[in-house]
Ligand binder design. Structure first.
Ligand code: NAD
Length: 251
């Protein structure tokens, strides 16, 4: 079964690297026009060029997705250059690993803002364009840390759990418009976010020990899941969460 997203414009936050880059490449391969959003123009340009070299269509837009004014500007630019977006992937996020008593308020808020506030702002900016078109897809990147947790993850788990709630509520608001809203909850993937764990032999062994499949996830595996959720086949999948975690939460 071939997934065809030709004619769809897809906005992907945090599209400059890691899982966002992988989803952007997968959706481009399926025919979608890609709007990459992040802060680092140089990295965004690299991803845009890689997509173009493979025959895809991509543009990049610099902005901090936790800032209302940046999101409003980016929304205008995306529509002008790539047309109305019908796919939105809220993938940007950060993690600060430390115990609650060591957190500053600014650090806590920055973790919440990067995942949760950005998703609120992006949905508010892009969902109106999806209405009335008979198709829309919103994917929010939660985490296994929205289901289970570890020490040092109070802010991250709070943000990722909150995304599950936002997703359910928004899915209900948009169901009659044929706009689906879902989460993807990855387990440990080998991206820059996890280099601190992967470079620490003890922590790396602990993570691998908790992974029944015995390996880190490969970013390309998220791309396939995102393509499925964006396909016409997935129109009945809404308000839910797809775990892709190598069995981490099954234990
Ligand atoms: P990453 O750190 O490699 O990439 C994060 C991306 O988000 C980068 O492009 C970064 O520039 C962007 N970003 C962060 N804050 C931003 C802001 N304020 N404005 C604009 N862009 C911003 O992370 P990743 O591993 O690719 O993770 C992507 C998403 O998946 C995150 O939400 C993360 O929490 C989630 N996740 C990752 C894993 C994993 O194992 N890698 C597991 C579970 C969930």
């Amino acid at each position: 079964m071939k997934i065809d997203l030709t004619g769809r414009t897809a906005v992907i936050t945090g599209g400059s690297r890691g899982l966002g880059e992988a989803m952007a490449k997968a959706l481009a391969e399926a025919g979608a026009k890609i709007a990459l959003v992040a802060r680092d123009a140089q990295k965004l340009e690299g991803v845009r060029e890689a997509i173009r070299k493979s025959g895809g269509t991509a543009e990049f837009f610099t902005g901090d997705v936790t800032r209302e004014a940046d999101v409003a500007r980016v929304a205008g630019e995306v529509t002008q250059r790539l047309g109305t977006a019908q796919i939105l992937i809220n993938n940007a996020g950060i993690n600060i690993r430390k115990n609650l008593v060591d957190y500053t308020l600014e650090e806590f808020q920055s973790v919440m803002d990067a995942s949760l506030t950005s998703t609120f702002l992006m949905c508010r900016a892009f969902v109106p364009g999806m209405k009335g078109t008979g198709y829309g897809r919103v994917i929010n990147m939660s985490s296994i840390m929205g289901h289970v947790s570890l020490p040092g993850r109070t802010a991250y788990s709070s943000a990722k759990t909150a995304l599950l709630g936002l997703t359910r509520a928004l899915a209900l608001e948009l169901a009659a418009d044929a706009i689906t809203v879902n989460c993807i909850s990855p387990g440990p993937f080998a991206t820059e976010m996890n280099t601190v764990v992967m470079n620490n032999p003890e922590a790396n062994a602990q993570f691998l020990g908790a992974l029944p499949v015995g390996r880190w996830g490969d970013a390309g595996e998220i791309g396939a899941m995102a393509c499925y959720l964006c396909s016409e086949m997935a129109g009945f999948v809404t308000g839910t969460d797809l775990l892709i975690d190598g069995g981490w939460t099954a234990r």
